[in-house]
Design a protein around this ligand. Structure first.
Ligand code: HAM
Length: 433
C-alpha cells in the first residue's frame, strides 16, 4: 500500500484544541451570564446567507464585500449567490424581520456566538474563520441603549481579566448631517489627490468616508489633517453623542475619543466604537471588538424604520488578551485498567457506573503490562488506578492504587453487578461531592 500524505487545513482556518477550548468556554460562559443579567436572549443564526444580504447591509464598497467574502453559487435551480457570513448583524436584522419579532415586540435584545468568515490575509490574530460573541439591541434609538452596551463591555472585561483594554469612541452622524461631511471629505481628498494612493482615488469616487480607513502611511499623513465628522454633526446627533458620553462618565466607563474612527462596515450612524487591547501578543490585530449604532439598517433590509445598536467581540483575540487558567486541566479521578481481555467487560461496566456517579473516569484497552498501564495512569495525572487483572477477577476484588502514595487497597467487586460499592468508595477517596 502506498503511503498517503496528510491533508492540511485550508489556509487561514485552524483547529481550537481542548486546552484552548476550555479557556474559550470560560469566556463564553462569562458572556452568557452577563447577557442574561442585561436581558439578552440568545439567537442562533445560519452560517450561510444570501450574498445580497451582506452586499446591501455591510455595503458594496467595503473591503468585506468587495474582496473578503466566501461567496459562491448554490446548485439550486436559481443558482442563488450565497456567502459564508462575514458578520452577524445583517443576519440578526434579517431574522428579526423574517421571524416577525419586529411585529411582536419592536424592542429585541439578542446575543449570538459563532464563527464568521472573511478572506483576509491570515496572520497572528487574523483568521479566515474566526469567532464572534455579539449583541444587538433593536427598537431603541436612545443614548441609554448605547451606554448600556458599553457598560456591559467594561464589566465583561473586568470579569474575564482582560487588562489594558481601551474603548475608542466617535459619532458618525446620520442621514441628516453625514452627506455634507462626505462632501467636505471628498473636496479635501480632491485637493490632496497627488499624495493619495490608487485605492484612495477609488474610495474618493465611491465612498469618501473609507479614506479614513486607509492603512498606507503616506495617506495616513494626509488624512491626519482631514476634516472630522464631529465638526459637521447636526444638533440631534450632537445631543445624542453628548448624552452617551454623560452616561458613560456617570458609570465611570473610560474611553478615548477617536474622531477618525469610521469602522469597516457601512451601516453605522451616530455612535461608533472599537475596543483595542494594548497588551503584548496581539500585535497589529489589536481590535478585540467593535460596534455602534445602525438606525437605517432595518429599513435598508426592507423593514420599517427601526433603530438598532450592537457590538461584536472577536473571541480569538479576547482569548489572546486574557490569561488562561494557570492550572492544567485535572486528570481523571480514576483510570480503569483491564489487564486481560476477560477484564474488558467488567472494566467498561465499572467505568460506566463511576461516570454515572459523576466521576471523571477513563478506561484503557487490555493487552499491556501493569507497569505500562501505570505509566499511562501517571501521564494522565489520574488520582486512582483501578486494576482488574487475573488475580482480581479470581478474587472478585479490584485493586485500587492511590497514584500519589502508591498505596494499594483492595475493594470488593461483584462481577455480576460491579461497581456500586466501589464507586461510592472511589468517590469518597477522591473527595468528590
Ligand atoms: P467588526 O469590527 O468587523 O464588527 O468585527 C468585530 C470583531 O471581530 C473585531 O473587532 C475583531 O476582534 C474580530 N474580527 C474581525 N475580523 C477578524 C479576523 N479576520 N480574525 C479574527 N478576528 C476578527 C462587526 O462584525 C459588526 N457586526 C459588529 C457590530 C455588531 N456592530 C453592530 N453590531
Amino acid at each position: 500500500m502506498s503511503k498517503s500524505s496528510t491533508i492540511p487545513a485550508v489556509r487561514g482556518f485552524r483547529d481550537v484544541l481542548p486546552e484552548e477550548c476550555a479557556h474559550w468556554q470560560r469566556l463564553e460562559a462569562a458572556a452568557r451570564d452577563l447577557f442574561a443579567r442585561y436581558g439578552f436572549g440568545e439567537i442562533r443564526l445560519p452560517i450561510l446567507e444570501r450574498t445580497e444580504l451582506f452586499a446591501r447591509a455591510v455595503g458594496e464598497t467595503t473591503d468585506i464585500v468587495e474582496k473578503e467574502m466566501f461567496s459562491f453559487r448554490d446548485r439550486d435551480k436559481e443558482e442563488t449567490a450565497v456567502a459564508l457570513r462575514p458578520e452577524a448583524t445583517a443576519s440578526v436584522v434579517r431574522a428579526y424581520l423574517e421571524s416577525g419579532l419586529v411585529h411582536r415586540d419592536r424592542q429585541a435584545r439578542l446575543f449570538y456566538a459563532g464563527p464568521m468568515f472573511r478572506r483576509e490575509r491570515p496572520q497572528r490574530g487574523r483568521y479566515r474563520q474566526f469567532y464572534q460573541i455579539g449583541a444587538e439591541v433593536l427598537g431603541r434609538d436612545d443614548a441609554l441603549a448605547d451606554a448600556e452596551l458599553l457598560v456591559w463591555l467594561v464589566r465583561y472585561f473586568d470579569q474575564v481579566g482582560a487588562r489594558g483594554t481601551r474603548i475608542e469612541l466617535n459619532s458618525l452622524g446620520d442621514a441628516a448631517c453625514r452627506p455634507a461631511y462626505r462632501e467636505r471629505l471628498r473636496q479635501f481628498g480632491l485637493a490632496h489627490l497627488d499624495a493619495l494612493c490608487g485605492d484612495c482615488h477609488r474610495r474618493l469616487q465611491r465612498n469618501p468616508l473609507r479614506l479614513l480607513d486607509c492603512k498606507v502611511a503616506d495617506c495616513r499623513a494626509v488624512i491626519e489633517r482631514a476634516p472630522v465628522m464631529r465638526d459637521s454633526l447636526c444638533a440631534a446627533c450632537t445631543a445624542h453623542f453628548d448624552e452617551v458620553r454623560l452616561l458613560l462618565d456617570q458609570e465611570r466607563v473610560p474611553y478615548v475619543l477617536n474622531l477618525r474612527l469610521v469602522r469597516g462596515l457601512d451601516y453605522y450612524c451616530r455612535t461608533a466604537f472599537e475596543i483595542v487591547a494594548e497588551g503584548e501578543g496581539l500585535g497589529a490585530q489589536n481590535a478585540i471588538g467593535g460596534g455602534g449604532r445602525y438606525d437605517g439598517l432595518v429599513a435598508m433590509l426592507g423593514g420599517p424604520e427601526v433603530a438598532g445598536v450592537g457590538f461584536a467581540l472577536g473571541l480569538d483575540r479576547v482569548a489572546m488578551a486574557t490569561p488562561a487558567a494557570k492550572d492544567a486541566a485535572p486528570g481523571p479521578a480514576a483510570l480503569v485498567l483491564p489487564l486481560e481481555p476477560r477484564a474488558v467487560a467488567p472494566a467498561l461496566r465499572l467505568a460506566t457506573q463511576l461516570r454515572d456517579e459523576g466521576l471523571v473516569v477513563a478506561v484503557e484497552p487490555a493487552g499491556r503490562s501493569l507497569k505500562a498501564l501505570l505509566g499511562v495512569a501517571n501521564r494522565r495525572r489520574a488520582r486512582l488506578a483501578v486494576i482488574l487483572g487475573p488475580d482480581e477477577l479470581a478474587a472478585g476484588r479490584a485493586t485500587v492504587r492511590d497514584l500519589a502514595s502508591s498505596a494499594d487497597r483492595r475493594q470488593a467487586l461483584d462481577l455480576g453487578a460491579p461497581g456500586a460499592e466501589l464507586a461510592r468508595w472511589v468517590r469518597a477517596e477522591v473527595g468528590a461531592s
